[in-house]
Design a protein around this ligand. Sequence first.
Ligand SMILES: [Cu+2]
Length: 622
Amino acid sequence: MGSLPRAAVLAVALLLLLLAPSGEAFFDIFNIFRPRSESDYFQNAFDGAQEQTVPTRAEQEERGAAPATATGLTKVPPSGPPSKAAQDTVELAVDSGAGTAGEWTIVSENSGVSAMHMAVMRHGKAVMFDTSTTGRSLMRLPQDNCRIDPRDQDAGTMDCWAHAVEFDYNTGGLRPLKILTDTWCSSGAFDADGNLVQTGGYFEGEKVVRVISPCDTCDWLEHPNSFADGRWYATQQVLPDGRFIVFGGRRAFSYEFVPAPGKTNARAMSMPFLRETTDDVENNLYPFVNLLPSGNLFLFANDRSVIFDHRDGKIVRELPRLAGGSRNYPASAMSTLLPLDLRNATGGDPEPEVVICGGALKTAFRKGENNTFQPALRDCARINLAAPDAQWQTEDMPVGRVMGDMLILPTGDLLLLNGAAKGCAGWGFGRQPVLTPVLYSPRKPEGPRFRALAASTIARMYHSTSAVLPDASVLVAGGNTNTAYNFSDVDFPTEVRVERFSPPYLSEEHAAANRPEIDGKSVPAEGMRYGSPFTFRFSMPSEPVAEADVKVTMYAPPFTTHGYSMNQRLLVLSVTAFVEDGRRYTVTVDAPGKPELAPRGYYLVFMVAKGVPSIGVWVKIQ
Ligand SMILES: [Cu+2]
């Protein structure tokens, strides 16, 4: 961390110390890795009745509210010349052997809110949000719709800055959303109806469950006091029965299920594995969780992993330790379940394989406190959980990466992007942003599996996000390594620009002749039924395609934050009938057989022809 940001942090912290009734609690915001007593937390804001006096319009505008005639978006402040650290980036030579290497475009110069958390919803918009802890954003809430700031000493004080937006990824259009409680470093997942159910956060937000539905006028609905334990840096996973399980969080060595709206969990279930895997800098936060075809969960924390049966709360198996460093926050590696290939699973379950790439040495955070930024881990490890003696197989990426994102593309390849080559997660702890995304093709042999694609020009390290869009491109947003929205006099200004990355498969040379188009009218309105045939039509633009060259995939849209896409999964479906009629085709696939393979909900179904995906269609499986 440079001396300037640290000085700024100290100055703000000291100011708050003077202002706060309990300086300790305030100070902790700026020193999140210090051991923290339970009393450090504020009372949940909703525990007592909050007095509400609606301020005058002028008072609201003073607090940030948009004047009645304005949209609420404010200008991006000018930034000075780039710092030395900002110029020290990593860009790999583009691997053009296989043709075009992808293309970056700017979707928006200003998303109003820096996307610390992001999810793509089925009504064609992305939801992005940050936290009230970073203070004012660049987007004002409309007058008469400010939030009450529970951290202000004066009851009823308004915070009129938006901390969430609905973002139109096609036009860059914005709609401010109103979150009542702090969502800092929280978790989320979609339910069976495509509502985003989002959990936890900080201070008054740590036990809150929030829901937003997919519509152009929808806003957050909050359920305070849902959890027994605070869930700050926790991971949320959807289960086959539609419930959500939430693991861990800072000093929460437990798990619990998201209760029904309005209900409160009396207690959480203790999980010694989370206590055992913590260390001096808590390198086991945001554990990696995957739902396996057996219905059990794979859980990875720090450098250990287990298979957990959530039905009886027991660990049924421990996998070998993954050597080399730590993989979870703040050592933030990238991880996902590899595509589940139902074509090779006749009569049985597909073999679940998990991949974990990058991360940091266990000492990275401590070293970072002394302005030493250790190289990120460069290895990529895979384990096939179907093998009784499963072992990690490792190989090297073209470059080390920490705080990166790992997305499953509609083709089944993985995209590794964002992040840094040095340091770790945390404010000011990352150096050498890696600008080059890397394609990882899990079915290719070692070596050619990795391909360096076209680089972005924007550094995105801590608190950045990305998401697969229905058109098979990738939305890339956020990045804020500062404690507030800072645009000048910092090493890395707060990032509010939003980009779109078009992977090589969308380039003219591939897409012009081979991009299939799904006939939307042919897609059954009732969606998919478990284990039943699912038939639809598609056409090809100019070249015909053979059954051997097509693939039908379905993608579960994840909730992404801190380099981890919770609930991300892709299934490759079995084609059972394929009928051609002059570049128009009718294809039938078998829907996944059970919710353990694909929990109920909305998926993006893609037709992939010769490696080029169609625009995806939203399909509900039930
Ligand atoms: Cu964070």
